[in-house]
Design a protein around this ligand. Structure first.
Ligand SMILES: Cc1cc2nc3c(=O)[nH]c(=O)nc-3n(C[C@H](O)[C@H](O)[C@H](O)COP(=O)(O)O)c2cc1C
Length: 209
């Protein structure tokens, strides 16, 4: 099957895109509104953008032609927290993805615990073992979505998730989003060392990356 994406109806394009571009990490984003209502919602159109400085990107669409609460809160406050979703909070994450009114906090609805952040105002999700406190550095409009680029000003990692100073995927039990209602676990891990290219085919004769 080969398609010109521009000829695929909108709903079908969404379903095709999210089932083909897999697996996606889930940024469970917590924010706070101008009036102080805290909010959390999952976004899987998300990515790591840069590591030094540490920058994450989250793409948020619209709901009925209006900004979602997370997008509005980020634009209003320029702060958000990206919490990593693990198997143990998958169901709570799903509850938090419901279309709740702006004055409803998903923390209450999903039964999630607020933990204070060090630098930014929104709370992080205590049940999430990894959280990035972010300051908005840029918001880029792409079609009906806005991609929010946030620089991580604090990184929280539960020490129990670490092996030799880095996050151990076997301890973290993060989940990923697939198509439709499907998710994946991250325990089926295999390893490959990158090839080391030397000589005339090397982009850099002393490539050390
Ligand atoms: C796993 C998962 C991933 C999602 N990813 C996105 C996404 O990348 N962008 C988006 O706009 N909505 C996404 N959604 C839908 C939002 O979570 C949903 O619209 C939510 O109600 C937004 O909440 P808010 O209005 O409090 O910001 C996703 C939902 C789920 C369950």
């Amino acid at each position: 099957m080969i398609r010109d994406p521009s000829s695929v109806p909108e709903r079908q394009a969404y379903r095709l895109m999210i089932s083909a571009f897999v697996p996606r990490p889930i940024a469970f984003v917590s924010t706070v509104s101008r009036s102080g209502v805290d909010n959390c919602a999952p976004f899987s159109f998300s990515m790591g953008v840069s590591s030094h400085p540490m920058v994450l990107g989250v793409s948020i669409g619209e709901r009925d032609g209006r900004p979602k609460d997370s997008a509005r809160n980020i634009l209003d406050t320029r702060e958000f927290v990206v919490n990593i979703v693990t198997e143990s909070i998958a169901e709570k994450m799903n509850i938090a993805s419901g279309d709740y009114a702006s004055d409803v906090s998903e923390f209450e609805e999903a039964g999630l615990t607020r933990a204070p952040c060090d630098v930014v105002r929104p709370p992080r999700i205590a049940e999430s073992p990894v959280a990035f406190e972010c300051r908005l550095i840029r918001a880029v409009r792409v079609a009906d979505n806005t991609v929010f680029f946030g620089e991580a000003v604090r990184l929280h990692v539960d020490d129990r998730m670490l092996t030799d100073g880095i996050v151990d995927v076997r301890k973290l039990h993060a989940i990923g989003r697939l198509g439709g209602p499907q998710y994946c676990r991250t325990q089926d891990v295999f390893e490959m060392a990158r090839p080391r290219i030397t000589g005339p085919k090397s982009a850099r004769p002393t490539d050390a990356r």
